[in-house]
Design a protein around this ligand. Sequence first.
Ligand code: SF4
Ligand code: SF4
Length: 190
Amino acid sequence: MRVLTDQGPVEMDLGFLAEVKAKCLQPIERCYQCQKCTSGCYLSEYFDYMPNQMVRLVQFGLREQALRSVTIWLCSACQTCTVRCPNGINIPEVMDALKEMAVAARLPVPDNAVFHRLFVDDIRRRGRVNETLLLARYKVKTHRLLTDLKEGVTMLRRGKLPLMFSHVKQRGEVRRIFRRLDAAKRRDAR
Ligand code: SF4
Ligand code: SF4
Protein backbone atom coordinates (compact mmCIF):
# COMPACT_ATOMS: atom_id res chain seq x y z
CA MET A 1 0.00 0.00 0.00
CA ARG A 2 1.38 3.42 -1.01
CA VAL A 3 0.92 6.31 1.45
CA LEU A 4 1.91 9.95 1.26
CA THR A 5 4.28 11.28 3.96
CA ASP A 6 6.08 14.59 4.40
CA GLN A 7 9.05 12.89 2.70
CA GLY A 8 6.99 11.85 -0.29
CA PRO A 9 5.12 8.62 -1.10
CA VAL A 10 6.28 5.46 0.73
CA GLU A 11 5.34 1.82 0.37
CA MET A 12 3.73 0.23 3.46
CA ASP A 13 3.92 -3.56 3.62
CA LEU A 14 1.02 -4.70 5.78
CA GLY A 15 2.52 -8.16 6.35
CA PHE A 16 5.91 -6.92 7.49
CA LEU A 17 5.12 -6.60 11.20
CA ALA A 18 3.80 -10.17 11.39
CA GLU A 19 6.85 -11.45 9.49
CA VAL A 20 9.33 -9.77 11.86
CA LYS A 21 7.34 -10.84 14.91
CA ALA A 22 7.36 -14.46 13.74
CA LYS A 23 11.15 -14.32 13.58
CA CYS A 24 11.97 -12.47 16.79
CA LEU A 25 8.92 -13.28 18.96
CA GLN A 26 8.85 -9.75 20.38
CA PRO A 27 5.70 -7.73 21.28
CA ILE A 28 6.58 -5.00 18.77
CA GLU A 29 2.98 -3.78 18.52
CA ARG A 30 3.11 -2.70 22.19
CA CYS A 31 5.67 0.06 21.57
CA TYR A 32 4.16 3.49 22.29
CA GLN A 33 7.28 5.50 21.41
CA CYS A 34 8.33 6.59 24.88
CA GLN A 35 11.96 6.66 23.55
CA LYS A 36 13.47 5.24 26.74
CA CYS A 37 15.37 2.79 24.52
CA THR A 38 16.94 5.54 22.43
CA SER A 39 17.83 7.78 25.35
CA GLY A 40 19.92 4.95 26.86
CA CYS A 41 21.61 3.81 23.64
CA TYR A 42 25.32 4.69 23.58
CA LEU A 43 25.56 4.11 19.82
CA SER A 44 22.52 6.05 18.66
CA GLU A 45 24.56 8.98 17.33
CA TYR A 46 25.95 6.64 14.65
CA PHE A 47 22.57 5.19 13.66
CA ASP A 48 20.46 6.37 10.72
CA TYR A 49 17.29 5.38 12.60
CA MET A 50 17.09 5.50 16.41
CA PRO A 51 16.06 2.29 18.24
CA ASN A 52 12.49 3.59 18.79
CA GLN A 53 12.33 4.57 15.11
CA MET A 54 13.40 1.07 14.07
CA VAL A 55 10.47 -0.32 16.02
CA ARG A 56 8.17 2.23 14.37
CA LEU A 57 9.41 1.28 10.89
CA VAL A 58 8.41 -2.30 11.60
CA GLN A 59 5.03 -1.30 13.06
CA PHE A 60 4.27 0.78 9.96
CA GLY A 61 5.43 -1.88 7.51
CA LEU A 62 8.27 0.21 6.10
CA ARG A 63 10.23 -2.81 4.93
CA GLU A 64 12.68 -1.08 2.60
CA GLN A 65 13.74 1.52 5.18
CA ALA A 66 14.12 -1.08 7.95
CA LEU A 67 16.07 -3.64 5.93
CA ARG A 68 18.37 -1.05 4.35
CA SER A 69 19.13 0.78 7.60
CA VAL A 70 22.69 1.05 8.92
CA THR A 71 21.35 0.75 12.47
CA ILE A 72 20.70 -2.99 12.29
CA TRP A 73 24.38 -3.61 11.51
CA LEU A 74 25.77 -1.21 14.12
CA CYS A 75 23.71 -2.26 17.15
CA SER A 76 26.05 -4.10 19.51
CA ALA A 77 23.24 -6.01 21.28
CA CYS A 78 24.33 -4.52 24.60
CA GLN A 79 20.72 -4.92 25.85
CA THR A 80 20.55 -1.46 27.50
CA CYS A 81 17.41 -0.67 25.52
CA THR A 82 15.85 -3.99 26.45
CA VAL A 83 16.13 -3.40 30.20
CA ARG A 84 14.77 0.15 29.81
CA CYS A 85 11.74 -0.74 27.70
CA PRO A 86 8.51 -0.61 29.76
CA ASN A 87 6.91 -3.01 27.29
CA GLY A 88 9.53 -5.74 27.45
CA ILE A 89 10.62 -5.40 23.82
CA ASN A 90 14.02 -6.93 23.18
CA ILE A 91 15.21 -4.59 20.42
CA PRO A 92 18.45 -6.47 19.59
CA GLU A 93 16.27 -9.51 18.81
CA VAL A 94 14.28 -7.32 16.43
CA MET A 95 17.54 -6.08 14.86
CA ASP A 96 18.73 -9.68 14.42
CA ALA A 97 15.52 -10.62 12.66
CA LEU A 98 15.91 -7.61 10.34
CA LYS A 99 19.54 -8.55 9.61
CA GLU A 100 18.51 -12.08 8.67
CA MET A 101 15.80 -10.70 6.40
CA ALA A 102 18.23 -8.24 4.77
CA VAL A 103 20.67 -11.06 4.03
CA ALA A 104 17.88 -13.31 2.73
CA ALA A 105 16.75 -10.46 0.46
CA ARG A 106 20.36 -10.18 -0.82
CA LEU A 107 20.57 -6.51 0.09
CA PRO A 108 24.07 -5.00 0.29
CA VAL A 109 25.63 -5.53 3.72
CA PRO A 110 28.37 -3.37 5.30
CA ASP A 111 31.85 -4.58 6.24
CA ASN A 112 30.88 -5.25 9.84
CA ALA A 113 28.38 -7.83 8.57
CA VAL A 114 31.33 -9.59 6.92
CA PHE A 115 33.12 -9.53 10.28
CA HIS A 116 30.02 -10.95 11.96
CA ARG A 117 29.82 -13.82 9.45
CA LEU A 118 33.51 -14.70 9.83
CA PHE A 119 33.20 -14.57 13.62
CA VAL A 120 30.29 -17.03 13.57
CA ASP A 121 32.20 -19.27 11.09
CA ASP A 122 35.07 -19.49 13.55
CA ILE A 123 32.75 -20.38 16.42
CA ARG A 124 31.09 -23.00 14.25
CA ARG A 125 34.43 -24.62 13.44
CA ARG A 126 36.32 -24.43 16.72
CA GLY A 127 33.87 -23.23 19.33
CA ARG A 128 36.03 -20.17 19.90
CA VAL A 129 37.53 -17.34 17.92
CA ASN A 130 41.17 -17.05 16.92
CA GLU A 131 41.60 -13.29 16.69
CA THR A 132 44.63 -13.45 14.37
CA LEU A 133 42.92 -15.66 11.82
CA LEU A 134 39.68 -13.68 12.11
CA LEU A 135 41.41 -10.37 11.41
CA ALA A 136 43.44 -11.83 8.53
CA ARG A 137 40.32 -13.28 6.86
CA TYR A 138 38.41 -10.03 7.44
CA LYS A 139 41.13 -7.97 5.81
CA VAL A 140 41.31 -10.24 2.79
CA LYS A 141 37.52 -10.26 2.36
CA THR A 142 37.19 -6.48 2.67
CA HIS A 143 40.38 -5.68 0.66
CA ARG A 144 41.86 -3.72 3.55
CA LEU A 145 45.17 -5.50 3.85
CA LEU A 146 47.21 -2.42 4.66
CA THR A 147 44.92 -0.63 7.12
CA ASP A 148 45.57 -0.70 10.90
CA LEU A 149 49.04 -2.17 10.42
CA LYS A 150 50.50 -0.16 13.30
CA GLU A 151 47.78 -1.30 15.68
CA GLY A 152 48.25 -4.88 14.49
CA VAL A 153 51.96 -4.81 15.29
CA THR A 154 51.26 -3.33 18.73
CA MET A 155 48.70 -6.03 19.45
CA LEU A 156 51.13 -8.74 18.35
CA ARG A 157 53.87 -7.33 20.59
CA ARG A 158 51.50 -7.30 23.56
CA GLY A 159 50.42 -10.87 22.93
CA LYS A 160 46.85 -9.90 22.06
CA LEU A 161 46.90 -11.81 18.77
CA PRO A 162 47.42 -15.54 19.40
CA LEU A 163 49.60 -17.45 16.96
CA MET A 164 48.44 -20.92 18.06
CA PHE A 165 45.00 -22.27 17.15
CA SER A 166 42.91 -23.82 19.86
CA HIS A 167 39.39 -25.13 20.17
CA VAL A 168 36.91 -25.96 22.90
CA LYS A 169 36.80 -29.52 24.19
CA GLN A 170 33.11 -29.98 23.34
CA ARG A 171 33.36 -29.22 19.63
CA GLY A 172 30.74 -31.87 18.88
CA GLU A 173 28.24 -30.08 21.12
CA VAL A 174 28.89 -26.76 19.32
CA ARG A 175 28.33 -28.47 15.97
CA ARG A 176 25.08 -29.98 17.24
CA ILE A 177 23.85 -26.48 18.28
CA PHE A 178 24.65 -25.09 14.83
CA ARG A 179 22.97 -28.06 13.13
CA ARG A 180 19.82 -27.36 15.13
CA LEU A 181 20.00 -23.65 14.19
CA ASP A 182 20.48 -24.49 10.50
CA ALA A 183 17.50 -26.84 10.60
CA ALA A 184 15.35 -24.14 12.25
CA LYS A 185 16.40 -21.62 9.57
CA ARG A 186 15.52 -24.09 6.81
CA ARG A 187 12.11 -24.61 8.42
CA ASP A 188 11.59 -20.80 8.59
CA ALA A 189 12.52 -20.41 4.93
CA ARG A 190 9.81 -22.89 3.78
S1 SF4 B 1 11.47 1.82 25.20
FE1 SF4 B 1 10.09 0.24 24.35
S2 SF4 B 1 8.06 1.24 24.29
FE2 SF4 B 1 9.59 2.87 24.54
S3 SF4 B 1 10.03 3.55 22.44
FE3 SF4 B 1 11.55 1.99 22.97
S4 SF4 B 1 10.69 0.07 22.22
FE4 SF4 B 1 9.02 1.56 22.29
S1 SF4 C 1 21.20 -3.12 22.11
FE1 SF4 C 1 21.65 -1.88 20.28
S2 SF4 C 1 19.97 -0.41 20.14
FE2 SF4 C 1 19.92 -1.27 22.19
S3 SF4 C 1 21.08 0.15 23.47
FE3 SF4 C 1 22.51 -1.43 22.81
S4 SF4 C 1 23.43 -0.67 20.89
FE4 SF4 C 1 21.59 0.58 21.31
